[in-house]
Design a protein around this ligand. Structure first.
Ligand SMILES: [Fe+2]
Length: 504
C-alpha cells in the first residue's frame, strides 16, 4: 500500500476544485446537508462502503436533521484520482426518514490494493471528498499502515488525536469502542453534549451521533481512510451486559433502548448491510481480510456477554473463572476459534474492546470484572485455539481503559511459562481529559508480562509487513487545549514468527 500512497490528498470540499461531471447546481429545497462529513469502511479486495447522512440542521431535537419527511435523491461518485477526472463508479440512492436520511453504498468490482476517492451530491450541494482503499488481493502481502483508537468523550477534550490520525494518512483505521458517550451534559468541561440529558431514545442517540460527526477533526479522520468499527458499552450505556442494564436511570425498557442505540450506531457508521440491526440485535462481529498479510477478527464483547461477576468492579471473585461464563457468547467464540484455525494470513488481529491479558490490581488477586479477567475460561479457550494451531502472529488490539498498555500474552499467566501472543491497548482520544505523563500504574511484580503503561491521550500507529509489525504509541500532552502536536512515547517491534514485544 505504501508505494501507492499519495501525499497530496485534499481533505476539504472539492466543489471549488475540478468538479469533473459533478458540477454544483443551484441549491434549492434544503440547506447544506453534508454537515456530518463523509466516511468509508469495511474494505474488501473489490470494494468498500461509503457513507454520509443528510442533516442540514444536525442537532434538531427530533433526530431527523432538519430533513423533509420525503426521500431525497443522492448521487455518488467513486474516482481513481482526487480531482475526480477518472470516474470509476457512479450511482444514485434515495434517502428515507426511517433511516434518518443516512446513506450506505456498498461498492464492488473495484481493483484490489489501491486508493479511490468518493463524494456525494444532493439537492445541488456537493459533499467533501473522502479517500478510501480496497484491501490487497489474497496472495499478496504489501505493507499495511494501520492506526487504532478508542474512547472519544466529546466533553472531555478536543479531538486532536483524530486530526493527527488524519495527518498520518494511514491505509486503515480501527475504532475499538466508546465512539460516543451516552451521559448527560455537564458544565465543567471544554464543551457540552447535545442533547443535554442522558440519551436513551432513538432521537437522542441520533442527535448525539450527529453532534460527534460535526467535529472537524473527526470528519478529517473519517475522510482520510476506511474504518473498521466495533462498539463498546458507551454506545448504549456504561457497563451494560447483553440485555442487563447498568442502572435504572433513565427509566424505560432497556431492550428498546438498546435497539435505539444500535439503530443509530448503524445509521452513522460506514458498515455493510450485513450489520443492519434487527429489533434489539445487530451482528457486529466479522472478519476482514487484508490480502494474505492479515485477518482482522472484529469482536463484539457487549451484546452476548454474561453479566459481570460479583456485581462488577475490581475485586477477588472466584466466579469469574467459572467455565460456563462467556464474554463473547458461544456462537461468536466458535466463529472466532474457527477463524483462528483457518489462519488466513500471516497475522491475526483481534480488534476488540476490553483488556485481554490478565491484569492483577492488587496482591490479593483482585481484577476487573468488566474485562476478560471476569471471563477467564472464555479467554483460555480462545488463546488455546491459536496456540495449539501453531499461530505465532496473533495480536490483540484493545481499547476501553483510557491508558496505553502493552503486554505479552502468556499460555499461563500464573506460571508465566510461554509467550503466545501480544496485546496492544490504545489509550483514549479524550476520555479522562488531559493525561499525566508521570503516572506509573505498571505493576511488574504482580504482572510480569505487562511491559508498558502511559497515561496520556492518543492512539496507536502500526506498520505491518509479512515479517514484523512496528508499533508506536502516539500521544498528545493536552486535550483541553486545542491543537497539540503528537509525539511517540514508546515503540515496539513484534515479529511474525516470534510472539511478544521486542525493543525496536
Ligand atoms: Fe471509554
Amino acid at each position: 500500500m505504501t508505494t501507492l500512497r499519495r501525499r497530496t490528498f485534499i481533505v476539504g470540499s472539492l466543489a471549488g476544485a475540478s468538479a469533473g461531471v459533478f458540477v454544483p447546481r443551484l441549491a434549492n429545497a434544503i440547506g447544506y446537508p453534508f454537515t456530518l462529513g463523509v466516511a468509508s469502511g469495511e474494505p474488501a479486495a473489490d470494494g468498500f462502503v461509503i457513507w454520509t447522512r443528510l442533516a442540514p440542521n444536525p442537532l434538531n431535537a427530533d433526530g431527523l436533521g432538519g430533513m423533509p419527511s420525503t426521500g431525497t435523491t443522492v448521487e455518488w461518485q467513486v474516482a481513481t484520482d482526487e480531482r475526480f477526472t477518472g470516474i470509476a463508479r457512479t450511482g444514485t440512492v434515495t434517502t428515507a426518514q426511517a433511516s434518518a436520511h443516512s446513506v450506505h453504498v456498498t461498492l464492488t468490482g473495484l481493483e484490489p490494493g489501491r486508493e479511490y476517492w468518493y463524494r456525494f451530491r444532493a439537492d445541488g450541494h456537493i459533499s467533501p471528498a473522502g479517500r478510501a482503499l480496497t484491501a490487497p488481493a489474497v496472495g499478496t502481502s504489501p505493507e499495511l499502515s494501520m492506526l487504532f483508537a478508542s474512547c472519544s468523550h466529546y466533553e472531555e477534550g478536543y479531538f486532536t488525536a483524530y486530526r493527527r490520525m488524519a495527518e498520518e494518512h494511514p491505509d486503515l483505521i480501527l475504532h475499538l469502542g466508546d465512539y460516543i458517550y451516552e451521559g448527560a451534559a455537564t458544565t465543567t468541561k471544554v464543551r457540552a453534549f447535545a442533547p443535554s440529558a442522558e440519551i436513551s431514545t432513538l432521537a437522542g442517540y441520533r442527535v448525539r451521533h450527529a453532534q460527534y460527526k460535526t467535529d472537524p477533526d473527526l470528519q478529517a479522520a473519517h475522510a482520510t481512510a476506511p474504518w473498521l468499527v466495533v462498539w463498546d458499552d458507551h454506545e448504549v450505556e456504561n457497563n451494560y451486559a447483553n440485555l442487563v442494564r447498568n442502572d435504572s436511570s433513565p427509566a424505560g425498557d432497556f431492550k428498546a433502548r438498546r435497539a435505539a442505540a444500535y439503530k443509530a450506531y448503524y445509521e452513522h457508521m460506514p458498515l455493510r448491510s450485513a450489520q443492519a440491526p434487527s429489533a434489539e440485535n445487530m451482528v457486529l462481529h466479522r472478519r476482514v481480510r487484508w490480502g494474505s498479510l492479515a485477518t482482522f477478527h472484529m469482536l463484539d464483547t457487549r451484546q452476548y456477554r454474561d453479566d459481570q461477576a460479583c456485581g462488577d468492579g475490581t475485586k477477588v471473585c472466584p466466579d469469574a473463572d467459572a467455565p460456563t461464563r462467556t464474554l463473547t457468547g458461544t456462537a461468536q467464540e466458535s466463529w472466532l476459534v474457527d477463524g483462528l484455525r483457518q489462519k488466513l494470513g500471516t497475522w491475526d488481529f483481534l480488534g476488540q474492546q476490553v483488556f485481554f491479558a490478565q491484569r492483577l490490581a492488587a496482591a490479593d488477586g483482585s481484577k476487573s470484572m468488566d474485562a476478560w479477567d471476569g471471563y477467564t475460561a472464555n479467554r483460555t479457550r480462545i488463546q488455546n485455539a491459536w496456540d495449539t494451531n501453531g499461530n505465532k502472529g496473533t495480536v490483540v488490539l484493545t481499547g476501553d481503559v483510557h491508558r496505553s498498555w502493552a503486554a505479552n500474552l502468556m499460555q499461563s499467566y500464573q506460571s508465566q511459562n510461554r509467550i503466545i501472543g501480544t496485546e496492544l491497548v490504545t489509550t483514549s482520544v479524550t476520555s479522562g481529559g488531559d493525561g499525566n505523563a508521570a503516572d506509573n500504574s505498571l505493576n511488574p511484580t504482580l504482572n510480569p508480562h505487562v511491559k508498558f503503561f502511559k497515561n496520556l491521550r492518543g492512539y496507536v500507529k502500526t506498520r505491518t509487513t509479512s515479517t514484523e509489525m512496528r508499533v508506536d504509541f502516539r500521544a498528545v500532552d493536552k486535550v483541553t487545549v486545542r491543537d497539540y502536536p503528537v509525539k511517540t512515547v514508546q515503540s515496539y517491534v513484534v515479529e511474525a514468527n516470534n510472539p511478544g514485544l521486542q525493543a525496536p
